[in-house]
Design a protein around this ligand. Structure first.
Ligand SMILES: *Cc1c(COP(=O)(O)O)cnc(C)c1O
Length: 714
């Protein structure tokens, strides 16, 4: 934190380096106030802002009584957060404060300035950690920094996706060196895989929660080891297995080096499952029998699986595992055979491979999917691990995902809730009875804020298009498809997610004539905004991006289809808040949970979706729309696609648009606003990270902590 600041503003640097500011509107206000234009230009990155701002502006702020008073107020609550007193966990379980939970994840989505996430899985991890701070849970995160991050998406003049990697600038993000050559003389040495791999360790602060992030791109390493953490989800199988060894095994040793002795380990998805092997090895080395070690590791490990798509689970060929773990099994007290058995699972081709999910399911005693449907799908998918059990007895439960409310609520909506639900609404936002008061918000006020958020989204899109046009010489067609023809009066549908074929991004286009009649309806115009990346290795996904962009360019569709480039947390915030309806139509049951619809609903954007993931639980008939709620089992995917597309058209024509455009004498769509209130009332408390993390705590962390204590005593 070598940022020069006037003495009176000294603590702003500390605040910029703690992502806590990002979910406290009064804290981000400070940075915005300093230089609103620079704030937009830096994509809301206070570290960059403080480095680039003119000294004159800082000097002015240092004597501005309004600014100083507000800054001092923010610092008071910042200090309160760092002390961690008065939180749910510290009040309910004060005796457990020293029982650290180590949360391992290959990605963390905490802020767009930290390119260490690709999508839903990472954002969920970020939200989990932020909420752990808010609830006062003693949690630390373990993961990677990827010096080239995840790619940025550019749409080429032909409408295709180009993947652009930018080198991560450590000086322009809220990340501090912890064990690096600069701080400690040398990076951390890990003896792994028959040699030494060096990792720099960095820290990201989320209030009182720390994420410890490893980076292998250090001079001490061989070139191929330097590449290990270069990119998120890049590289071949060999890179992947070594990456995961650094994450799982290196991560456990890193915590040891830092003097942190977790009571519980939580593996977010199978990528981190090697941590369980390392814990076994260390217990066996300390003299425990293998069986007791397994029992102990099981009792104190939580594993969350996220993928209902079979190909989405990491699996490595046995010979690759042997190559990298040769000798390791000896120190676990195992032979080759029994070691490979720990991860052995039949793969899609009928052969056996080392499956990271199978490994985690065998070694973690607390296992869950991320929605009720996904729990059921997972039990079905993994019956072979428990051949003696009936499918419904397979010990995989579910904790439905939720989103970090303070991160995802729009400041404008926050102000409405503060006024009508009460100034302490955030403190008790997982209490459904609080939300019964939603009716107190006057329809006119809610409608006005909704319209304002839509204008903000369209302005954001226009400004991006304008900048591309001005500075990068983008083509006029590009400027158009970026959304410059969108109309703030039209019913606006948002669709943003990773472009993978099972998400069916093109479903809406299956009957172009019918779509045209919906979009071009003179009295009830409709427009659709798309966003999303396709994995650079996913050819069919990239073809979809191309097709959507071609359709957006089709003059027959009249500029009513737009595509926003480079979907990330920054774009996401404008989108979820600014559209009128959030749409999701994957092929069930392949959506594990989905969280974007939860973020939308929190902001008063109802969901139109197939009954899959969270919406299977969340849909109550009055708070949005279900596409084909009572579907028969379809014989083929094509039949299902056809039926779902027809139902989407029908819903838009007969229900959604008529409701939206049914206005009273004051121009307010009363019945629409009632539905918006229902969307909020039913989703906001339940699909919050607060409800989710409390559930993890009471159902898994607490029993695991008890088991850890028991083991200590023995
Ligand atoms: C919330 C979020 C996601 C996950 O949304 P899904 O509904 O699971 O597709 C992906 N990307 C970003 C940037 C998000 O904010």
């Amino acid at each position: 934190m070598d940022i020069e600041l006037p003495v009176r503003l000294g603590r702003l640097g500390e605040l910029a380096y703690n992502v806590w500011w990002s979910w406290r509107p009064e804290a981000s206000w400070l940075f915005e106030y300093l230089d609103p234009a620079l704030w937009e230009l830096t994509y809301h990155n206070p570290v960059k802002l403080l480095r680039q701002i003119s000294p004159a502006k800082l000097d002015a702020a240092a004597v501005d009584p309004v600014f100083l008073r507000r800054m001092d107020g923010v610092m008071l609550s910042f200090d309160r957060c760092l002390r961690g007193s008065g939180t749910w966990f510290s009040e309910q379980y004060p005796h457990l404060a020293s029982h650290t939970i180590a949360y391992f994840s290959a990605e963390f989505g905490v802020h767009s300035s930290l390119p260490i996430y690709s999508g839903g899985l990472g954002i969920l991890a970020g939200d989990h950690c932020k909420e752990a701070n808010d609830l006062g849970l003693p949690l630390v995160g373990v993961g990677f920094v990827y010096p080239q991050g995840y790619f940025h998406q550019r749409i080429s003049p032909e409408g295709r996706q180009d993947a652009v990697y930018e080198r991560f600038d450590y000086n322009a993000a809220p990340i501090e060196p912890l064990i690096t050559r600069e701080t400690s003389g040398r990076p951390l040495a890990l003896h792994l895989d028959g040699r030494t791999i060096h990792v720099s360790v960095w820290r990201v602060r989320l209030g009182s929660v720390s994420l410890f992030l490893m980076d292998t791109d250090v001079e001490e390493n061989e070139p191929w080891d330097r590449e290990l953490s270069a990119r998120l989800y890049g590289g071949d199988q060999e890179t992947r297995i070594r990456q995961e060894m650094v994450l799982g095994i290196g991560g456990v040793r890193l915590l040891e080096t830092l003097g942190i002795r977790p009571a519980i380990y939580h593996a977010n998805e199978g990528h981190a499952a090697f941590l369980m092997l390392e814990r076994l090895r260390s217990l066996v080395q300390s003299g425990m029998s293998f069986d007791s070690a397994v029992e102990h590791v099981r009792a104190t490990t939580v594993f969350t699986t996220h993928t209902p798509v079979p190909a989405g689970h990491d699996a490595f060929p046995f010979q690759l595992v042997e190559k990298h773990f040769d000798g390791y099994w000896d120190s676990m007290g195992l032979d080759r055979e029994s070691f490979l058995k720990l991860g052995g699972h039949e793969d899609a081709h009928g052969g056996m491979s080392f499956n990271m999910t199978a490994l985690a399911l065998r070694l973690a005693g607390h296992r869950n999917g991320v929605s009720e449907v996904h729990g059921r799908v997972s039990r079905n998918m993994w019956t072979s691990i428990w051949p003696e059990l009936q499918e419904d007895e397979v010990p995989i439960s579910s904790v439905t995902n939720g989103v970090h409310t303070p991160t995802w609520v729009a400041p404008e909506i926050d102000r409405l809730y503060t006024k009508h639900l009460g100034p302490d609404w955030l403190q008790k936002h997982d209490d459904p009875t609080l939300w019964e008061r939603i009716d107190a918000i006057p329809a006119r006020d809610l409608w006005e804020v909704r319209q304002q958020l839509k204008r903000k989204l369209l302005a954001f899109m226009r400004e991006r298009a304008r900048r591309g046009w001005m500075s990068e010489g983008r083509s006029p067609l590009h400027v158009l498809t970026a959304g410059t023809l969108l109309n703030p009066e039209a019913l606006t549908i948002g669709f943003a997610r990773r472009f993978a074929t099972y998400k069916r991004a093109l479903l809406l286009f299956s009957d172009i004539e019918r779509l045209k009649s919906i979009l071009h309806n003179e009295w009830r115009p409709v427009q659709i905004i798309f966003a999303g990346k396709a994995h650079p290795a996913d050819g069919p996904g990239q073809a979809l991006v191309h097709q959507v962009n071609e359709l957006a360019r089709d003059y027959n569709l009249g500029g009513r289809i737009a595509f926003v480039e480079d979907y990330d947390m920054h774009v996401a915030k404008y989108l979820y808040r600014g559209v009128d309806v959030w749409m999701n139509n994957p092929r069930p049951p392949l959506e594990a949970s989905g969280t974007s619809g939860q973020k939308a609903a929190l902001n008063g954007v109802p969901h139109l979706s197939v009954l899959d993931g969270w919406w299977y639980e969340g849909y109550q008939g009055t708070n949005g729309w279900a596409i084909n709620a009572d579907v028969p089992e379809y014989a083929t995917d094509d039949e299902r696609d056809e039926a779902d597309a027809a139902e989407i058209y029908r819903l838009l024509e007969e229900e959604v648009a008529p409701l939206y455009f049914d206005r009273d004498a004051d121009g307010i769509p009363r019945r629409w606003v009632s539905l918006v209130k229902e969307a909020i009332r039913l989703a906001a408390p339940v699909y919050s990270a607060r409800r989710m993390v409390k559930e993890y705590a009471t159902r898994m962390y607490l029993p695991a902590m008890a088991a850890a204590e028991q083991a200590e005593r023995e």
